[in-house]
Design a protein around this ligand. Structure first.
Ligand code: KG4
Ligand code: ZN
Length: 334
């Protein structure tokens, strides 16, 4: 069964055709990142306008690249939540029009579930139940994936997401947006012991996160260094920040593994591309006899193949839209 996936939740317009939720037949991504870089973050109004301009081209290119035609498609999966509302609406409306015209089934996909599903494209043996960690520009969540479509949140950030923290610190260090990948690279040349940033105390569930305190501590240290006319060693800041972030993530995951007797851990989202976090979590899992699943780097950031993959499992589960009343939702979790 081939599912056409459509993703427009943030600043990537993407289309993909995926077979049986596991094999990418075609994937097209048009990124607006260069344009948003000028503003140091995604400008929602610009993002929706670009999606409108790009979506037809991206879908056509996706069919063309794989030599596919409409008759090859068994259903259309679209991201409907969470994300920027104006951006989501472009994909949702396109998918509704497409399904109305072609009489194909319409499948609503949650973007966070789709990030997890990116792993089904890379690991054919992977199946729920497992413990999931979603670390992206918008979210930081530990989730119990009970089944392909059944997710239970066990911890989340109470303020900034980990990706947001990377991007804000990047801005303070005068790095281009988004800064995550560059901080990762610079950290390799830095001294992680140079600065000690505090691990935050977090209220509520022991699995919750907080990154705004670390962000403030890093910003204060940068300012102090500037006031003392010290050279800002970007590499040392990058390494010290990444060190504490990775340690916090590993501590929470260790607790979750123990509490839920997890045997498998699945990592997802843009920050899942981070080399230090990948290495530390791989070691943690090895020490605790847990099998770790990491997405290929090309599937960490937003793409429609992961949406098509999740769409396949939603379809299998009978989660097909009954009419065309589907709307976009900005901020639901699962
Ligand atoms: O999942 P994603 O593409 O978009 C959302 O759904 O939010 O994640 C984007 C985030 C950005 O904050 C970016 O700085 C971060 O992922 N990122 C990284 C790395 N590559 C991308 N953060 C840390 N290390 C990386 N290698
Ligand atoms: Zn995302």
């Amino acid at each position: 069964m081939n599912i056409l996936g459509i993703e427009t939740s943030c600043d990537e317009t993407s289309a993909a055709i995926v077979k049986d939720g596991r094999k990418t037949i075609s994937l097209t991504i048009s990124s607006q990142v260069k344009e948003h870089e000028l503003y140091g973050g995604v400008v929602p109004e610009i993002a929706s306008r670009r999606h409108i301009e790009n979506i037809n081209k991206v879908i056509l290119e996706c069919f063309k690249r794989s030599n596919s035609s409409l008759s090859d498609i068994d259903g259309v999966a679209v991201t409907f939540s969470p994300g920027l509302i104006g951006s989501l609406l472009v994909g949702v409306n396109f998918a509704k029009g497409f399904c109305f015209a072609t009489k194909k089934p319409l499948i609503a996909v949650n973007h966070l579930k789709a990030h997890i599903a990116a792993n089904y494209l890379c690991h054919e043996d992977l199946s729920p139940p497992f413990l999931g960690l979603i670390i992206s520009g918008g979210h930081t969540i530990i989730v119990n994936v009970l089944n392909y479509c059944d997710f239970k949140v066990i911890g989340k950030t109470l303020d900034d997401s980990v990706g947001e923290a990377y991007d804000k610190i990047g801005r303070a260090l005068n790095l281009p947006y988004p800064a995550g990948a560059l901080i990762d690279k610079l950290a390799k040349k830095g001294d992680e012991t140079k600065f000690k940033f505090p691990k935050p105390k977090v209220s509520g569930s022991q699995f919750n996160f907080s990154f705004s305190g670390i962000k403030t501590a890093v910003l204060n240290t940068i300012n102090k260094e500037k006031q003392n006319n010290n050279e800002i060693l970007v590499e040392d800041f990058a390494a010290s920040f990444q060190d504490v972030v990775s340690k916090i993530i590993c501590e929470k995951i260790f607790l979750a593994i123990k509490k839920y007797y997890a045997k498998k851990l699945v990592i997802a989202g843009g920050v899942a591309a981070n080399s230090r976090i990948r290495k530390d979590l791989t070691n943690l899992c090895y020490m605790n006899n847990v099998k770790i699943y990491l997405p290929e780097l090309k599937y960490c950031s937003d793409n429609a193949a992961m949406v098509a993959s999740q769409g396949f499992f939603e379809f299998e589960n009978g989660n097909i839209e009954k009419d065309f009343s589907l709307n976009a939702v900005a901020n639901s979790l699962f």
